[in-house]
Design a protein around this ligand. Structure first.
Ligand SMILES: [Cu+2]
Length: 117
């Protein structure tokens, strides 16, 4: 590992962890995700680490309809959340097993992936 990078990395972790919780013990991986009817979620591919808390915020610019109107991550976030314009969705979880977890609609149609390493 390049030694010069360690202090910057530590500062980045502190910055990320501070606002999410007053306990702020574990480093969190934070993702900000958009949603539009035209492009669905963006970005839609993520890589995270096993045992590290993941914090995903989705800010829908549109209200989703039909099959893709709810979002879930089977195995990581099993409760479908409706995509409603202006209503922020927050998903927080700590992946325990490596693997590729699909991001789906409530019935399992794939719209993205979370790779847990
Ligand atoms: Cu569906």
């Amino acid at each position: 590992m390049n030694m010069k990078r360690i202090p910057l990395f530590t500062i980045a972790l502190m910055t990320l962890a501070a606002p999410s919780s007053s306990f702020a013990v574990a480093a969190a991986e934070n993702f900000s995700v958009g949603y539009t009817k035209a492009h669905d979620i963006a970005p839609n591919s993520f890589t995270v680490k096993k045992g590290e808390k993941v914090h995903i915020e989705i800010n829908p610019s549109d209200t989703a309809t039909g099959c893709m109107s709810e979002i879930m991550i089977p195995g990581l976030w099993d409760k479908p959340q409706p995509l409603v314009k202006g209503k922020k969705i927050v998903m927080e979880f700590t992946p325990k097993k490596p693997g590729a977890y699909n991001i789906t609609c409530a019935m399992g149609v794939v719209r993205g992936v979370i790779n847990v390493r």
